[in-house]
Design a protein around this ligand. Structure first.
Ligand code: FAD
Ligand code: NAP
Length: 344
């Protein structure tokens, strides 16, 4: 039976380690407990926040509702043929452990997404991505419970309307569903993705050729690059990249390029251009900046850290300063990547 805890401290349940309390908290391990949570929230007229690893949230203050901590576990192989394996994974499984499990089972396609913190159930929310691979490349469907009706629903990958670090769950279906499991189609035969120069360098390859490089080697390379470059939230609290890479039109890019010849940018399939937000922030002078309890990481300017255990409001105030400075210098709007609760 689900246990509802009042005035619950969330500081150790968000990787930014900001202090915040939930009006109520409940950990759920199965669909029955989720339904009990929905009933409790309805009776007490509370909004619901589904929480996984807390690695992509900023608590701007106390959460005036019910935090439902997703603890559903289980990895179930569904089907296989000569080329593929279908596997259903419960939402509370740890993402990185699932990726490692796939490699051990000889199932490939997620290795570039190694070491991303958080849960499997949160992965579709922003269509997690790294080193040229996104969740949408491998997800078949997901199961969820509709918070409004209590009904079980299935979303195909198409129905999730995935795009760059985005999905329907950040837009029209925002905070409406509790995802209970995600189904993936993985490869039996390796087809590694080596588009990113940082991976090529680590693996000593000269270009995006697959050669003899194995998915296990790709995973090791991803893990070692990430460990070198990104602060470990267990040591220096952070929520990963704080801003999405802005995607601008070609005309704006051409003008910017005239002013900043070393601007880091990547053309997109639709003729638009993705700018590296980390480069913009770094070259606006923010890398390593300390603002009281909060700071901009010295190795990766895209990461805001919370070494002094400041509040979510302090983190967001620093993010606002960065956003304004980038807008002034480049005329480019930055969008915050983590979800803010309560929303501003
Ligand atoms: P949470 O922070 O708990 O929740 C995030 C959002 O998902 C919230 O809106 C929450 O309500 C919702 N949610 C969580 N679980 C469920 C559920 N079961 N049902 C419905 N909604 C749910 N992201 C990337 O894309 N690529 C990266 O390479 C990457 N690297 C990172 C590195 C570091 C060091 C850190 C700290 C973060 C990084 N992230 C990255 C961001 C983060 O890890 C991912 O977004 C991850 O998917 C968040 O998982 P979580 O379980 O911690 O989600
Ligand atoms: P990086 O490899 O130094 O690259 C810098 C930026 O350039 C990244 O933002 C990346 O965009 C882009 N990029 C590099 N090579 C590219 C290519 N061949 N095609 C298109 N875009 C390219 O980046 P990093 O900071 O070390 O991060 C490595 C990967 O991990 C990136 O994919 C990044 O998104 C991911 N990551 C995400 C988070 C998060 O919290 N969201 C945190 C850490 C790392 P993309 O970001 O669009 O890939």
């Amino acid at each position: 039976m689900a246990l509802f805890l009042p005035e619950f401290d969330l500081q150790r349940f968000n990787t930014l380690a900001v202090p915040a309390r939930a009006r109520f908290y409940v950990a759920v391990s199965n669909a029955q407990e989720i339904r009990e949570a929905l009933t409790f929230a309805e009776q007490h007229q509370l909004p619901i926040l589904a929480l996984g690893g807390g690695s992509n949230v900023v608590f701007s203050g106390d959460y005036p509702g019910l935090v439902v901590h997703i603890k559903l576990r289980g990895i179930v192989p569904l089907d296989e043929d000569d080329a593929s394996v279908w596997v259903r994974v419960a939402a509370g499984e740890n993402w990185h452990e699932f990726v490692q499990h796939c490699l051990m089972m000889g199932c490939y396609g997620l290795e570039n997404l190694s070491l991303i913190p958080g849960s499997v159930g949160a992965a579709p929310i922003q269509n997690i991505g790294a080193y040229g691979v996104e969740l949408k490349d491998r997800m078949v469907e997901l199961s969820a419970i509709d918070i409004r009706s209590g009904l079980s629903v299935t979303f195909t990958a198409e129905g999730c309307d995935f795009s760059y670090r985005d999905s329907v769950f950040k837009r029209s279906a925002r905070d409406r569903y509790i995802i209970t499991s995600v189904t993936f189609k993985l490869d039996r035969h390796a087809n590694v993705v080596l588009d990113y120069p940082s991976l090529q360098q680590r693996l000593n390859t000269s270009g995006p050729t697959t050669g003899t490089i194995t998915p296990e080697q790709v995973a090791s390379a991803v893990i070692s690059v990430r460990q070198e470059k990104l602060p470990d939230p267990a040591e220096i609290p952070n929520a990963g990249s704080f801003f999405k890479n802005p995607i601008i039109d070609a005309a704006q890019y051409a003008l910017l390029r005239q002013r900043f010849s070393d601007l880091v940018a990547y053309p997109q399939a639709n003729g638009r251009v993705k700018l590296a937000a980390g480069w913009l922030i770094d070259h606006a002078g923010w890398r390593g900046y300390r603002d009281g309890e909060v700071a901009v990481n010295a190795k990766q300017a895209l990461v805001i850290t919370n070494p002094g255990r400041g509040t979510g409001a302090q983190v967001l105030a620093l993010a606002d300063k960065i956003t304004r400075s980038v807008q002034q210098r480049y005329g480019v709007d930055l969008e915050i990547e983590p979800r803010v609760y309560p929303s501003r």
